[in-house]
Design a protein around this ligand. Structure first.
Ligand code: HEM
Length: 416
């Protein structure tokens, strides 16, 4: 059984736990926020202040907070190296959560001081996080795909922050002028592809085979995925002002990188020795299928005259795919952690529930069905311009997020 490997050298549960609780709170608030911005989404008004605010409840609040918490647990497993400083990791957590909350409020209500304080807290948190992760990575002797993807991802997080900072100041002062759209393009791709997708590729490369009990399949597609996504995001960052090097080529590289990752995930699923897929793996498969659609929408950017609705759909699709992929991992990671902590030490002394018995499978099926249907309806509402459909999707998303959060809370209270 692969279960114990998730705990070797891992920090106390409090560290990932506090991240997971805050992230779930951001997810629920974000889903509620979608209701408010349904008209803007269906009109393709992606630069609207409330849309940007809600976007960051998902990207920074839900996805990034989850990544931070999960990495603290995952680093000892993947790199044989625990996070360099747990104390700094707790400090990052406080700064990050307060920073995101203030930044989102500041952008949403257009209040410069709130935004400014939020950006200082957030920037400090991100700087400490990158420093702490950097020291950990430097100490790691094992430098394989996961190591490289985390190094690159941390670099892109720094770029996303710096350009995001400029965009935030630009919203109040207009100092970016005509460069605003280019900066947004760099920021969005550094954040979604450079930061989030590279973490997903690097981490899923270890977690998917472990959760699926998959072995024997080729792993070369993951290497291609990292190479293509990182070069696409880097070219776009450096040559954003140039036509081919900064636009068409990055589009092709990013799309090819996503395809490579989807193919890699398919290889893992096909070589699995666990035929039955549980809730977490089914939601992972749904999220991968959503992300597999992204290259089709991305291809539209090879031609001039992309509408505001197509841009909104593009951003929404990647955010939704990444958000669902993260939600799927919670169904795997939280029960594993609780089982290892409270049940594992009793193994062999008495009959124990299996990891999957820690939550009700039928309820989890309802949760993932609502999350998947909700995300699909929101995206369908954006592409057809129907605010009502976005709202139906929002309702489903919110219900799914609440059921998942309630179930995970129940799992966290389970004791032998
Ligand atoms: C690290 C701190 C960050 C700051 C300060 C920041 C700031 C901003 C700002 C000010 C905008 C609005 C740009 C405009 O005026 O149109 C924006 C847009 C956006 N950001 Fe961030 N951001 C940050 C991190 C991230 C991350 C990590 C991601 C992705 C994972 C991300 C994804 C996006 C997306 C998708 C948009 C476009 C939203 C829309 O147009 O509706 N951001 N960001």
């Amino acid at each position: 059984m692969t279960v114990p490997s998730l705990r070797t050298g891992a920090p106390p549960l409090r560290l990932p736990g506090e991240h997971f609780i805050a992230a779930l709170a951001f997810l629920i608030v974000g889903a509620a926020g979608l209701w408010r911005i349904a008209p803007e989404l269906s009109n393709g008004a992606y630069p609207a202040a409330q849309v940007v605010a809600v976007t960051h409840l998902f990207t920074l609040g839900w996805i990034t907070t989850s990544i931070m918490g999960a990495l603290y647990q995952f680093l000892p497993v993947a790199l044989n190296q625990p996070i360099a400083s747990e104390r700094l990791a707790h400090a990052t957590f406080g700064l990050h959560v307060a920073g995101v909350a203030l930044m989102v409020t500041g952008i949403g209500v257009h209040h410069a001081t709130t935004l400014g304080v939020g950006l200082v807290l957030l920037g400090t948190g991100i700087a400490i996080f990158i420093g702490n992760l950097g020291v950990t990575l430097r100490r790691a002797a094992r430098r394989e795909l996961t190591w490289w993807s985390l190094c690159l991802a941390a670099t892109f997080l720094a770029i996303a922050f710096l350009v995001g900072l400029a965009l935030a100041i630009g919203r109040f002062t207009g100092f970016l002028g005509a460069g605003h759209d280019l900066a947004l393009r760099v920021h969005l791709h550094a954040g979604l592809f450079g930061w989030v997708m590279l973490v997903i590729v690097g981490v899923s490369h270890r977690l998917l085979p472990m959760f699926l009990l998959s072995h024997g399949g080729s792993e070369r597609f993951a290497r291609w995925a990292v190479l293509l996504i990182a070069s696409g995001a880097a070219l776009l960052t450096v040559f954003h002002h140039l036509a081919v090097l900064g636009r068409e080529l990055p589009v092709v590289l990013l799309a090819a990188g996503l395809v490579a990752w989807v193919v890699q995930a398919r290889v893992f699923f096909r070589h699995r020795h666990r035929p039955q897929l549980d809730a977490g793996l089914r939601l992972s498969a749904i999220a991968i299928a959503l992300l597999a659609l992204t290259p089709l929408v991305l291809g539209r950017f090879l031609f001039p005259g992309v509408s505001a609705s197509a841009r909104t759909l593009y951003g929404g699709l990647i955010v939704a795919g990444c958000a669902l992929f993260v939600a799927a991992q919670y169904y795997k990671i939280v029960p594993f952690l609780i089982w290892n902590r409270h049940f594992g030490p009793l193994a062999g002394t008495r009959p124990l529930p299996r990891v999957a018995d820690l939550y009700a499978a039928k309820e989890a099926t309802v949760a993932i069905a609502m999350l998947a249907a909700g995300a699909t309806a929101v995206l369908a509402g954006i592409s057809t311009g129907a605010a009502g459909v976005v709202r139906i999707g929002t309702f489903l998303l919110m219900a799914g997020a609440l059921v998942e959060a309630r179930q995970l809370w129940g799992v966290s209270r389970r004791r032998p």
